[in-house]
Design a protein around this ligand. Structure first.
Ligand code: PXP
Length: 256
């Protein structure tokens, strides 16, 4: 018999509330207000990415999020000395190390954990020493998961972008292959004793599907929720996301 799947946490990423704010250069809409509302609506944590170019979240947003919210803050960051200093000052609950290229529109791929072990290891160690739970944002490959384990990361976040893109492009075969990689990655992480998260490009349908993987314990979702909020309001969008995730989780029980 299978173990009960873990409760699936929803981390709401508020970056694109800040994108909207920055389009006008003023103070509104405030990502901290969005974070508070997201928690009221069922988010289990708040995620924000302080990019090197500060294109959406800014330093003071991170500080205000940490001070203002009652649920865990997940600080997405590049593995740079500057970001490490800021993270150690802010002391979020968690940090997710992501690759960053200035010219990319969003985080396009996972970290190069195989080639970058030497660079990443001290960041994982320093953040962990400060009591911050570190995740590495990686492609769903078994080698990358083994490398994350070798670096000492307690958690990984599997990049779901390739799977979501394949679905969007109507490429069912590729989507099937990508989903199989995610499923294999999640169970491999569990075997290696690493907590498995997932995110990037998820919507209601894909969140429902990925919730069917029992070893995934957290999803981080932003852009789609902020887009839906334009039409239905943020609370309704989050409630619908929560329901989709719960439906996916329930399907595990029904299949056993
Ligand atoms: N997880 C990580 C590590 C990310 O970099 C992002 C995008 O910032 C997300 C999750 C959320 O992706 P999306 O905004 O497409 O939901």
């Amino acid at each position: 018999m299978m173990n009960e799947p873990h409760f699936l946490r929803l981390g709401v990423n508020v970056d694109h509330v800040a994108t909207l704010r920055n389009a006008r250069g003023g103070a509104l809409p405030d990502p901290v207000r969005a974070a508070l509302l997201a928690i009221e609506a069922g988010a289990d944590g708040i995620t924000a990415h302080l990019r090197e170019d500060r294109r959406h979240i800014r330093d003071d947003d991170m500080a205000r999020l940490k001070a203002g919210i009652s649920k865990p803050l997940n600080f997405e960051m590049a593995a740079t000395e500057q970001m490490l200093d800021i993270a150690l000052k802010i002391k979020p609950h968690a940090a997710c190390l992501v690759p960053e290229r200035r010219t990319e529109r969003t985080t396009e791929g996972g970290l190069d954990v195989l080639g970058g072990q030497h660079h990443l290891r001290p960041f994982v160690a320093e953040l962990s020493r400060a009591g911050i739970r570190v995740a590495l944002f990686i492609e769903p490959s078994l080698e990358a998961i083994d490398a994350a384990a070798a670096i000492g990361a307690p958690a990984i976040e599997l990049h779901t972008g390739a799977w979501c893109n394949a679905l969007e492009q109507g490429d069912g075969d590729r989507a099937g292959e990508e989903f199989a990689r995610l499923a294999a990655g999640a169970s491999h992480a569990k075997q290696r004793g690493i907590e498995c998260h997932a995110g990037h490009g998820l919507d209601f349908a894909t969140a429902r599907e990925i919730a069917k993987l029992p070893d995934v314990v957290e999803l981080n979702i932003g852009h789609y929720l902020v887009g839906e909020a334009v039409f239905t309001g943020l609370s309704a969008a989050i409630a619908k996301m929560r329901a989709a995730m719960d439906e996916g989780r329930r399907a595990i029980g029904a299949a056993n």
